[in-house]
Design a protein around this ligand. Structure first.
Ligand code: PLP
Length: 399
C-alpha cells in the first residue's frame, strides 16, 4: 500500500506540534537537500544547526558503519571505547574535568540543572536551589529546561513549571545583581542566543557574572547547544569571552547527525554525581560517539572554524550591502555561521519566498531570518543564498 508523504498524511498521523515545510526529503548531498519530486534545495539551516559537515560526509558515514558492525547499543552498564574517546576529546578541548553523555540538548540542560542543584545541596543550605536564566533564552522542552526558557508560547498550558527558576534581563548586569544571591545554585547562559534571534552576551554582562559568582558561589552553566562545536569560530562560543564556565552543555552537531549530547564539568562539580544519581539508557550511544569523533576530527582537520569565520564575514558583507538598498532589513547580527537578520515583518514570509526559489532559510523570534548553514558551505553557495534574499527584498519593494 502506498503512503503519501505529504501534509495531509502528516496531519492524520502525527500530533500537530510541528509546522513542517511541505517537502518530502529523500536525501542530502553536501549543502543540498533533495525531495521526492527530484528538486534540490540549498540548505542554509542544516537541520537546525546539526549537520555541520553538510550531508554525506564519508568520514562520518564510515565511522557509523564501522561502529555499527561492532555494536550499536550496549547501555551504560558497560564501558565503551567510543564514549571514552569522545570524553577524552571533549576534556582536551575544554580543559574541564568530567563528562556526562546524553541524547539531546534538553537532556544535557536537564542533567546540568540536576547536577547544579545536587552540588548546591552539599552546601547544607536548603534554600540554595534557585536557577537563573536570561530573558529571551531557549534551553529546551523538558520540564526543567522549559521552565528556564523565556518564551510564553512554549510555556502556555504547561504550568505549574519547575519551582525555583527565575529570569534576569539579558545583558542587564543590574538586573542580574538583583536576581542572584546566596540561594542561587546556577546561572545558565547562551553566550550567543540562538532561538532568541542571534544575540551576543556583552562583555560587561560577563564581567558582572564573574563577579557575582565570586560573591555568591553559584555555578555558571554555558549552554553551547546551538553556538558550540565550532559554529562561531571557536569550539565553544564562551571561549570568546573572559569566563571559565563550571558546566558546559553541548548537543546538536555533536553526534555528526545522530542524537548525542554532553555535559562537561570542572573540578568543582566532578564528585557530585554518584552511581545511580543520574542516568540514561541510550546516552552516549557508541555509534553516535563514533560519528561525533569523526565530526570533531573533520572540524579540526578541515579548519572549519576558520572557514566559519571567513564565510560568515562574507555573508555579513553581502547582507550589509543589501541593507543599504533594502529598507526592510533592520539589523544584521553575525557570529561565524550563526547569522540573524531582523526584518520589518514576520520572517516566515522570507522562509516561504526563499522556499519558492529552492533555498532553505529559517525564521526565529518572529522577525529574524536565521541562517545556520553547514560549516562546509562554499562561498559560491553562500552567494546563491544572498542572491535569493536580494531578489526577494527587491520584489517585495516593487510589489
Ligand atoms: C541553546 C539551546 N539549548 C537547548 C536546546 C534544546 O536542544 P534539543 O532540541 O536537542 O533538545 C536548543 C535547541 O534548539 C538550543 O538551541
Amino acid at each position: 500500500m502506498s503512503l503519501d508523504i505529504n501534509k495531509e498524511t502528516e496531519q492524520q498521523l502525527f500530533f500537530h506540534n510541528y509546522a513542517r515545510l511541505p517537502l518530502a526529503v529523500t536525501h542530502g548531498e553536501g549543502s543540498y537537500l533533495f525531495t521526492s519530486d527530484g528538486s534540490r534545495y540549498l540548505d542554509m539551516i542544516s537541520g537546525i544547526g546539526v549537520s555541520a559537515l553538510g550531508y554525506g560526509d564519508r568520514r562520518v558515514i564510515d565511522a557509523i558503519v564501522r561502529q555499527s558492525e561492532r555494536i550499536i547499543h550496549a547501555s551504560n552498564l558497560f564501558m565503551l571505547e567510543p564514549q571514552f574517546r569522545l570524553a577524552e576529546t571533549l576534556l582536551d578541548i575544554s580543559g574541564l574535568s568530567k563528562v556526562f553523555l546524553a541524547n539531546s540538548g534538553t537532556e544535557a540542560v536537564e542533567a546540568a540543572l540536576k547536577l547544579s542543584r545536587k552540588w548546591a545541596s552539599r552546601s547544607g543550605k536548603q534554600e540554595k536551589r534557585e536557577i537563573v536564566s536570561l530573558s529571551n533564552c531557549f534551553h529546551g522542552r523538558t520540564y526543567g529546561a522549559m521552565s528556564l526558557t523565556d518564551k510564553p508560547k512554549y510555556l502556555e498550558g504547561y504550568e505549574p513549571l519547575l519551582p525555583g527558576t527565575t529570569n534576569a534581563a539579558f545583558n542587564d548586569p543590574g538586573d542580574l545583581a538583583k536576581k542572584v544571591n546566596g540561594n542561587t545554585a546556577a546561572v545558565i547562559v547562551e553566550f550567543i542566543q540562538g532561538e532568541g534571534g542571534i544575540h551576543r552576551i556583552s562583555d560587561e554582562f560577563v564581567a558582572a557574572l564573574n563577579e557575582l559568582r565570586d560573591q555568591h558561589g553559584f555555578l555558571v552553566v554555558a549552554d553551547e547547544i546551538q553556538a558550540g562545536c565550532g559554529r562561531t569560530g571557536t569550539f565553544f562560543s564562551y571561549m570568546q569571552f573572559d569566563i571559565a564556565p563550571d558546566l558546559v552543555c553541548l548537543a546538536k552537531p555533536l553526534g555528526g547527525g545522530l542524537p548525542l549530547s554532553a555535559v562537561i564539568g570542572n573540578s568543582k562539580v566532578e564528585e557530585v554525581f554518584s552511581a545511580g544519581s543520574h542516568g540514561t539508557t541510550f546516552g552516549g550511544n557508541p555509534v553516535a560517539c563514533a560519528a561525533g569523533l569523526a565530526l570533531i576530527d573533520a572540524i579540526y582537520h578541515d579548519n572549519l572554524m576558520e572557514r566559519a569565520v571567513e564565510t560568515g564575514k562574507s555573508i555579513r558583507e553581502g547582507l550589509e550591502n543589501m541593507a543599504s538598498r533594502h529598507p526592510q532589513i533592520q539589523e544584521i547580527r553575525q557570529y561565524g555561521l550563526m547569522i540573524g537578520t531582523t526584518v520589518k515583518r514576520d520572517a516566515s514570509y522570507y522562509v516561504q519566498e526563499a522556499l519558492k526559489r529552492k533555498v532553505l532559510v529559517n525564521a526565529t523570534s518572529g522577525n529574524v531570518v536565521r541562517l545556520l548553514p553547514p560549516l562546509t558551505i562554499t562561498s559560491e553557495e553562500a552567494q546563491i543564498c544572498l542572491d535569493c534574499l536580494d531578489e526577494i527584498f527587491s520584489e517585495e519593494k516593487e510589489g
